[in-house]
Design a protein around this ligand. Sequence first.
Ligand code: BGC
Length: 763
Amino acid sequence: MNAEQIKKLVGEMTLEEKAGLCSGNDFWHTKAVERLGISDVMVSDGPHGLRKQDQEADHLGVNESIKAVCFPAGCGAATSFNRELIGKMGQALGNQCQAEGVSVILGPAVNIKRSPLCGRNFEYYSEDPYLATEIATAHINGVQSKHVGTSIKHFMANNQETRRMTVDAVMDERALREIYLAAFEGAVKNAKPWTIMTSYNRVNGEYVGENKEILTDLVRNDWGFDGIYVSDWGAVNNRVRALQAGLDLEMPASAGHRDAQIRKAVQDGVLSEQVLDETCERILNVIYRYLDHIDEQAVFDLEADHNLARQIAQECIVLLKNEDDILPLTKNQNVAFIGKYAQKPRYQGGGSSHINSALITSALDAVKEAGIENVTFAQGFDDKVDAVDEALEAEAIQVASKAEVAVVFAGLPDLFESEGFDREHMRMPECQNHLIDEILKVQPNTIVVLHNGSPIEMPWVNEVKGIVEAYLGGDAVGGAVVDILFGDVNPSAKLAETFPYQLEDNPSYLTGFGCKDTVHYAEGIFVGYRYYDKKNMAVMFPFGHGLSYTTFEYSNLKVDQKDIKDNEKVTVCVDVTNTGKVAGKEVVQLYVADKESTAIRPLKELKGFEKISLNPGETKTVTFVLEQRAFAYYEPEIQDWYVESGAFEIMIGKSVEDIVLSEEIVVTGTKKIPVVYTPNTIMSEIPDCPEAKEILKPFDSQDGMGGAELDEDSATAEAITKEMSEAMAKYTPLRAMITFSDGNISPELIDDMVEKLNALETE
Ligand code: BGC
């Protein structure tokens, strides 16, 4: 249906029908307008599997949904650094939706991991907005290639579960633009999601769903968003204000209350009917994107998609540590699998993303399937309570001591990590740490496999020989872990977030989740590695870190231009060689640093990555093209992205801490920050040019701050050297010379200087 037909249709709708279209009919469906042949459509969670509820509906994953496939959650998907693979996952999800009659699958979730404790971190991608943008783009493009919509969420700054429906996230403009809006901006521009889900919380005093400046002026008008806003379930505060701001569809149903409010607002002249008409046009536009392309042939193949989930999970598992090359294991080694999660993997988090998996592959199932016979098992702990179960522990110690290698499957239980609440600390259950300590006493060859959605403290990090971060890797994760452990697959994932040693090291620690209904993002843009890197703080595992069973060498870093304007592009090439004995994939990471910035900036920021596959001895050239945004920061003074002229370093790294090659280039900014001089302008901000010197000439003969020469032997010279005086003068405003010139400089003279300086600027 085209725009004109939709306009006509809206023209035929009654006020009641139009008001009705703006909220759900029930938990998951829009309202049909049968009279006009407009059918309802269904939406479902997301993001990493289809949670389609047929019967009893809820938004917290309580009631049963159809049997489906759980892919790796966002925390894992991002570590793959693999756009193509996440695109495949998106396509599979889109196809499942077509088969099940679902028009929009709610996700991806791109909120930045501000604190390791956010209960929903497992659903989120990263602490870095560029990585989140790229993975979200791949996910959205994949789903939408099947004519099924996505709902990028939770827009925006929904970085905690504590008081999530009322909390006000207060932050500065740079943090807002560079960190918390950036992934949404990138994905909206690159992939055009059909819908954006507005979050529950407020930002800088206003509910996001009522913020016209953000919803309409910025996202719709500036970024070119052409879909609809859908409220998070129950997120609407004031329906009429939300409509005026641009929030289209309220979900779920509102038992008719909101329809009545909308009708009344139109009748009372508070809400223009045109706003309502435009909202309905937008909603119908999205509904028909699906209805016009229903794929009757689509089939949800549970087994095929479970296999795909395993393939994806293989690339999401990060090998954090591999001392003495303890991994990969050989298939005839005597290996003890210890821990409940070897039998029952924790593969997904709690809440609205919870999938009713048709098939689950545990690591124990996978070894059996692969015919690996020398694997023993002991449960070791129970994850329902955090207390050492002495019998289970004793059995585990026994089993571990008899093997050549012990692999402990540990992690965070459901009750530690879910939608709806945040974690209280960054530790694993004490009973699991205790078990690992006890195993280490009898088995020096101990490996830990982790199932968790965000960083944990690892008191045993130096003692164990191997650490495999499997995240919440979906319902095939057990198979993927076995593929990695025994070397059928070479690990290639990289951390999408920093693992600090302890919670106290995290930049959000001091303000945490706030006080009452306000949380101050006092760390500003210094989130994740941007903070640790600048502080030069040792971390347990840095952003971008991940080991392989082979080795890679980097050479021949080349930039095609050494001196560019910010509206030009620079092409960067680097050669990567597999110098080891097995094939493998490497994530080539590109970071950019502004070497001479006057603005406060991180030491370096991720601005490019490519994942490549290399056979032993093979070399490939990886190419990146960097544009303006790679060098820019958001400058509040001009309300725009701004490149400050000067030297920039382009760095290639194996992680944010392991930079292997770098090249410097000069970038000249083409945007100007307008300068307005006032009597309060400080001396060092006056341009260093002959014209300005001439204007300030009357100061030369004054012996005030930074003024005339001092007699070397005078008491003044002893108290304050010429250098000190000059340094102080740097921060002296023009008007201070009225005081420090023994009456020689008048206020009128200062005004005159200011006027001349301003004239100089506009010349
Ligand atoms: C969650 C959303 C989810 C929605 C529908 C809300 O509680 O925040 O992520 O899509 O419920 O289940």
